[in-house]
Design a protein around this ligand. Structure first.
Ligand code: 9UX
Length: 71
């Protein structure tokens, strides 16, 4: 499955790296693509991803998920 996250608080390339790492740490995640320009992250996985789990991972890295949709 694929999920599209909108994320507040990222302003530079290091933020992108932090968020990428945080999302990649979740079970079942195959790929993560974080886009600074559109303030979004696409997460691809081979298991069902829990929205709250993704929000928590991003929050722990210091950013805020403002929306999640199936991509
Ligand atoms: Mo960039 Mo992001 O200097 O938390 S790492 S602003």
């Amino acid at each position: 499955m694929k999920k599209l996250l909108t994320i507040e608080g990222m302003t530079c390339g290091s933020c992108v790296a932090h968020i990428t790492k945080a999302l990649e740490g979740n079970e079942g995640v195959i790929s993560v693509n974080v886009d600074l320009g559109s303030k979004t992250a696409t997460v691809e996985s081979d298991i069902e991803l829990n929205d709250e789990t993704l929000k928590k991972a991003v929050a722990e890295a210091g950013y805020t998920v403002t929306g999640i949709s199936e991509g």
